[in-house]
Design a protein around this ligand. Sequence first.
Ligand SMILES: C[S@@+](CC[C@H](N)C(=O)[O-])C[C@H]1O[C@@H](n2cnc3c(N)ncnc32)[C@H](O)[C@@H]1O
Length: 263
Amino acid sequence: MPFSSRQPPAEKISAATVRTDFNDLLAVVHYTRAAHGLGLWASERALIERFFPNQDAPLIEAGCGAGRVTLGLWALGYRRITAFDFAAELVDQALSLAAERGAGNIHFLVADATDLTKCHVLSDTLFRGALFMFNGLMQIPGREHRRAALRELHRVCAPGAPLLFTTHDRDFSPTERALWRLEGLRWICGDQNPRLVEFGDRYFEDQAGRTFMHLPDRREILDDLAATGWTHTFDAMREAVAPESFAVREFSDECRFWSAVRQ
Ligand SMILES: C[S@@+](CC[C@H](N)C(=O)[O-])C[C@H]1O[C@@H](n2cnc3c(N)ncnc32)[C@H](O)[C@@H]1O
């Protein structure tokens, strides 16, 4: 056989990559620690209380991880919570924390936000509110898949149900804009990380393990909401919502909160 120096094409980041990364010990320890010790951010609490005024309404939380937000909702008095994540190791941690805090009524599931049809228990309830916090939606590779998740949340929610989620914002600061201009040049020349799916994607490693994240601009999210049956009602950067503690800022970058209502 003739020798070929050609490298095989790099494998694109997929849902399976992201799920494996979240099931990794480093990520599980990181998110479990936050669920036990950090709880809700001040901004999350303010917006949850503003957009979900009815504590008796059935809520669905996508990408619940180890239950940081789920148990925060419980502590605020929400009692009809269904929470799911596609990383089974994190859901196990959320279940233990709920048991420890006497929150056994929370319904936890292992499910993929892009296809909830396999979760038959979800067909019993039309939810009156949905959350996808701490950028979980943006950890779905591929815009069509992110839209599929928004469509699935739309399908399991009642008309008028609020949705709350966060993203980064590529245009937030002059530094970000300069860095993304450079990244744009890399994509034009084909020099981007070949594992990335779309412009705006990042794949990096830090104390939480390996992380895939899509960083959108504001227009992209407005279009995705409109295309999936959600009416945009609010968006603001976190710093404009509430000042956060050092611990919260250590745990998480600045982000943009979004709220929409199911049409
Ligand atoms: C940054 S973590 C946030 C976890 C938790 N909400 C918190 O704030 O600590 C994002 C979560 O989204 C989950 N996730 C990403 N894509 C998902 C998908 N397609 N279906 C379900 N969960 C997903 C990940 O497994 C991860 O637990």
